[in-house]
Write a protein that binds this ligand. Sequence first.
Ligand code: SF4
Ligand code: SF4
Length: 157
Amino acid sequence: MTLPPAPTVNPLWSAPPPAGSEGARCSGCVWHYLGGRGKAVDRCRRHRNEAIDPRSPACPAYTAAVDCLTCGACCREAYHSVEVGPRDAFVRLHPDRVNARDGRLEITRSGDRCGCLAGGPGDYHCVVYADRPRTCRDFPAGEQSCVDARRRVGLTP
Ligand code: SF4
Ligand code: SF4
């Protein structure tokens, strides 16, 4: 089978990629994945799971990899609350870090960020990482919630 020619512009967003990523393709972007109903096809998480040609030139949201230590978005203002299940071991291990609000449990905040987040850009880290609740353990770096969080704090356009 002969493949069609590779696209010369990104059909979803034809503006240039970030500085330093000239020549990059969708195939090298962390938001690219293979999936969908039926036959899996190349798709983009940043563009709400639109089908893409992985050979397309990268768009402005091109991201080669995510680094949680530099980002911290999901523990910062991207979310206003980190809920904890009542039976999560975190509640027993860190009762001083748990608040009840509107009938639910959540981790105590420190300003607009989770109260367990320490450090700053390049060194964001969780002070209770080994004991972090299920909500945090299940948060998938590089997947849909991650791109949403990064967009909310302006790290991914
Ligand atoms: S976000 Fe990444 S995968 Fe999506 S269109 Fe842009 S470069 Fe391609
Ligand atoms: S938003 Fe994604 S990259 Fe950023 S800290 Fe959370 S999981 Fe890591």
